[in-house]
Every structure is written in C-alpha cells, then in structure tokens.
Design a protein around this ligand. Structure first.
Ligand code: ZN
Length: 454
C-alpha cells in the first residue's frame, strides 16, 4: 500500500508530504510525494511505542489493591494479595485478560509488548500437559488483537537469596532448568507459527534464580537466537538490595555485571536503586534501563536516576508492568515529572539537539523499546516494520502544534487520547479509535472481573 503523510516523524526528524510504500509489513520506500499517488492520506504520523514490561494477568487485578491498612502496605503486602488473586486464573481467563489488555495497549499507542511471563502451571502447581499452555494463551491474545509480542518466559527457582525453597503462592511459577529450556523451545515454535512475535527469556530476579540457572538459560535461548532479549527484575525495592548485599556482599546490579556476561540485548527492569558505579557499569555494557514509572509510583518502589543515565547516553525503555496504567503518554509524563520534583527544575529529559522533552522521550523510549525486544521497530525508516500511529489533528490543533511542539502537546498538554489510528506490521488494527473486537472483549472481561471479585 501507499500511505501519504502530511507530517511524519522519521528517524531523521520531522518531514512533510511523504509517501510511504509498505509491503509485507515493512516500509520499502519513503519519498517526497503527493496525495494523488496514495491509497490513503493521513495527517500526523509518529512511530508506535514498545512496552518493554508486562505481566498481562495483573491487568485484572488493577484497582483491587488500593485499600489501605493504616500505613502498613508495601510492595511485599501487595505481592501477597496478587498471589492470592492469580490462584484462581485458568488458561482461558489468561487469554481473555491479555486480549482485553492488548486492545487497550493498541488504543493507547503501544504496538508491541514484551511479556514477562511467569504464570506457567495450573492452580495446583502442576505443569499442564504442554508446558507452554499458558504462554500459548498470550500468543493467541497477540494474534487476536494484532499487537506485536516478545514472549519472555520467566525462570523462577527460589523464594529468596540462598536458594530458599519457593512458597505456596509461587507454586505456579517454578520450573527446573530442563523444564524451563523446554518451555523456551516450545515458545520459539509458537513464535514461528504466530506473525510478528519472537522469544527471549527473563530470569525473574537475583532472589528467584542463581548464577548457574541464569547461565544455562541464557546459553539455551542464545542457541536458538543469538540476539534473544534477556530481561531481569533487578533492584526494585531497597529490601531486595539489602538482602542481596547480605547474601552476595554486593548490590544487585554490581553482582550481575561482575558475574554474568551482559550485552545490549539485556534489559534491567526496575534498576531503581543503583549507585554511581552500577550506573557506569550499565552504560558500558549497553544494557537497557526498563523503567515502569506508574507501577514504580504505585508500588512505592523509588525513582530511577533517569537524568544521570540519559545524560550519559544510557538507553531507556518504558513498561506498564502491573498495568495500573496502560498509557505510554502517562508513563513518559511521569518519567519527566518525577525528575522535576526531585531536582526542582524543568524540561530535564531533553538534549541540546532535541530540546523538546516530549520528542526526545518518545524517540528514545521507542528506540530503546525496539532494542529491548530485538524487534525491527521503534522508528519510521526504510527497512523498518510499519508500526505507526496517526494522531488526531483536530485534537492536536487545540494545543501548540508544529514540529517543535507536537509531542510536548501529546504528552504534557492533552488530557484525552489523541491516537486515532494504529498500524502494526503493515495492518491497520485501530481505526478511528476503534478495534474490531473491543466490544466483545470488554463484555467478556467485565464478566470475568465480576466472577473473580465475587
Ligand atoms: Zn515486573
């Protein structure tokens, strides 16, 4: 197809009156052009956003965990409630929740998700006949919705540092290394059968794995794909850092950098609590900082030193994690605002070359997200997958518009969704704010929520 864009954010910057030739999901040609040459004409186009961190089933739990108990709530009490919640979920429930979530993601401007998937077994903790049964539900949700998927099966071995045995709430997560590597191979097969998907792995955290487990899992997935993404929860909570120091004598990021070979396909999720030397170490390896601003705020995790990391050309990506919010605009806004509140300054996450905070954050997070999923996405350029968002010009016109301001208006000024149409892998999946399955999906999801909360 030939798509004419009046305004488009290319990898090289904003351009006007561009004609894109898209075939087999990929942008083949970009030239100056006219409306008459096109099959379709659109106003303002930006690249789709990659969501680097998702636990899909947690979408159904959002809103159930905001009842206070006299200031005694923390990440750890939240986690206990979450464990109780997931005990009830079946494979069918998981597919239904993920389909609803992925439609929401598309409507908000995400075009791909990295699924940090740890709900592996049935509610007695027994493996399904096929180890990948639960993962398959997420591949189906990707296919149903049209959202690109990077499946990251999670290696979960222990309940705490020092190989502590898993607790009852974790029985659905646990695999031996042999089982886990089989699961990864099965997922690689599912990825071959499902368009626009790929596979990596996620050692859950240093508390839930060990060096031998991580190395064996990495060796296996890299024998399937040399660029397979590897994600890990690393330093989300201060307690996690303290426990790591008590056990290993080192902070988590430092231990990981000293003990495991890390490269640019590694994504450190919640590297929230890092010191100066860990920050330098991350930047030297090219590892990505996977930041989840709304979840980190919701869980009381802390604030990643984004200013210092980006000032040294560190690569960032954003994720919606617990899905308390499903909206890249809100993630990026909070990412900047957290820095402003700490530093008592303004317009921080910008550069001399890109003084617009909104533009800088959107471009950096989309590119970093593409790197974190080893996917051919994140920018609009020849040879890249056609993952595009069309913004609502009428809504944008209510704010500062033009190259310099578009993304600032989108992220900071507009309080309603401006993403009108969404193309993934060359196919329109959202048109005029609607997804073909949204009504049906929403009805099934509401029914499930009523059942789960009764
Ligand atoms: Zn997570």
């Amino acid at each position: 197809m030939k798509l004419f864009a009046k305004n488009i954010l290319l990898a090289t910057g904003w351009a006007k009156d561009q004609l894109l030739t898209i075939e087999q999901g990929v942008i083949q040609v970009i030239t100056d052009g006219s409306e008459q040459q096109a099959d379709q004409v659109v106003a303002t186009v930006i690249p789709g956003m990659v969501n680097c961190h998702s636990h899909a089933f947690q979408r159904a739990f959002a809103g159930f965990s905001e009842q206070g108990s006299e200031g005694k709530d923390s990440f750890w009490t939240w986690r206990n409630v979450m464990y109780q919640f997931l005990e009830q979920l079946s494979v069918e429930d998981a597919e239904l929740i993920a389909t609803q979530l992925y439609i929401e993601m598309l409507k908000a401007g995400y075009t791909r998700v990295a699924e940090f998937h740890y709900l592996h077994h049935d509610n007695n903790g027994q493996p399904y006949t096929k180890l990948s049964e639960m993962a398959k539900a997420l591949f189906k949700a990707s296919k149903n919705s049209g959202l690109g998927l990077t499946m990251l099966p999670v290696l979960y071995q222990y309940s705490g540092f020092g190989q502590q045995p898993p607790n009852h709430g974790q029985r659905r997560f646990i695999n031996s290394i042999e089982q886990f590597n089989q699961l990864v191979s099965d997922c690689a097969q599912l990825a071959q059968e499902t368009p626009n998907t790929n596979v990596g792995i996620a050692p859950h955290s240093l508390r839930a794995t060990d060096k031998e487990g991580i190395n064996q899992a990495v060796a296996h997935v890299r024998s399937i794909d040399k660029q397979a993404p590897i994600h890990i929860h690393i330093a989300e909570q201060q307690k996690e850092v303290d426990d790591c120091i008590a056990h290993y004598g080192k902070r988590p990021v430092q231990w990981l950098l000293d003990n495991i070979t890390v490269d640019k396909h590694w994504c450190f999720i919640h590297a929230t609590h890092i010191d100066e030397s860990e920050l330098s170490g991350m930047i030297e390896t090219g590892a990505i900082a996977g930041i989840c601003p709304t979840t980190e705020a919701n869980l009381g995790d802390g604030i990643f030193p984004t200013t210092e990391f980006m000032a040294r050309q560190g690569t960032i990506a954003i994720g919606s994690d617990s899905h308390i919010s499903v909206n890249p605009v809100e993630e990026l806004r909070l990412l900047e605002y957290a820095q402003r509140l700490i530093k008592q300054q303004r317009a921080i996450l910008a550069t001399t070359a890109t003084p617009s905070v909104g533009l800088n954050l959107w471009q950096q997070a989309a590119k970093g997200g593409a790197q974190s999923t080893s996917s051919n996405t994140g920018e609009i350029a020849v040879g890249k997958q056609a993952d595009l968002l069309v913004l609502d010009q009428a809504k944008l016109n209510c704010f500062a518009t033009g190259d310099k301001y578009n993304l600032d208006s989108l992220i900071f000024a507009s309080q309603s969704n401006c993403i009108k149409d969404v193309m993934v892998n060359g196919q329109w999946v959202i048109q005029d704010y609607h997804h073909p399955l949204e009504q049906q999906s929403q009805a099934s999801f509401s029914e499930l929520l009523a059942k789960l909360s009764s």
